[in-house]
Design a protein around this ligand. Structure first.
Ligand code: CA
Length: 225
């Protein structure tokens, strides 16, 4: 799993890294609230570990901004000190999904993170994605733009789903290819062809283009460039 750890206590962060990294998990770290928020918005993570007491921006405020402003629903596990237990409710209100009281065992942390990712996948699968008049329902597979039904094939749907889940962010070719084909990667030009055909359905009949190519990086679905 890809984890963002936002924690200003270096011992705790190192403890988490020492346990999770040898198991093949990929970790990014932030020690400052603003820096953590920035990473949480610009990069894709499976789950976020968030300390409440942070310099710059508190964990509560960070979580609120992530959910309400950035509309990013990556699962968040909050870390709280024992005497901050009252913060638990506030944390859930701010959009956290779970919490752990310090000191905690990293083994339990890992189990909680894995459970959160599973729950998050189920929630995400049931959420209708929507941006700039474009809607996609991952459950019914209905896609529409400005209330006009869009006819998509299964690969186009998968591309659209990942781009919409990551609206406003750049999704790399590698991420898209892995999402569509898993380990059975086709040759390079195939993705381009599918993006072209997706554009012809999603963008071509409409005034405003939503699928943007970011040269050398990937694709971004956004209202503006
Ligand atoms: Ca702290």
């Amino acid at each position: 799993m890809k984890v963002l750890v936002i924690e200003d206590n270096r011992d705790i962060a190192a403890n988490i890294a020492d346990y999770l990294e040898p198991k093949g998990h990929v970790l990014d770290f932030a020690t400052h609230g603003q820096q953590g928020l920035q990473l949480a918005i610009s990069q894709r993570y499976d789950v976020i570990v968030l300390d409440i007491g942070l310099p710059g921006l508190s964990g509560m405020e960070l979580c609120r901004r992530l959910r309400l402003d950035a509309r990013i629903y990556t699962p968040v596990l909050m870390l709280t000190a024992r005497d901050q237990l009252d913060d638990k409710l506030e944390g859930f209100q701010a959009g956290a999904d779970d919490y752990l009281v310090k000191p905690f065992s990293v083994k339990e942390l890992e189990a909680r993170l894995e459970a959160l990712i599973k729950r998050g996948d189920i929630k995400a699968a049931n959420r209708v994605l929507s941006i700039a008049g474009l809607e996609y329902d991952p459950e019914t597979l209905h896609a529409s733009r400005d209330n006009q039904l869009l006819e998509l094939n299964p690969i186009q749907r998968k591309i659209l789903e990942l781009l919409m889940q990551n609206a406003n962010r750049v999704v790399s070719r590698e991420e898209l290819e892995e999402h569509i084909w898993g380990d059975a990667l086709p040759d390079n030009d195939v993705l381009r062809t599918h993006i072209y055909s997706l554009r012809s359905v999603v963008d071509k009949p409409f005034d405003k283009k939503l699928i943007h190519t970011v040269h050398g990086a990937g694709y971004r679905l956004a209202e503006t460039l």
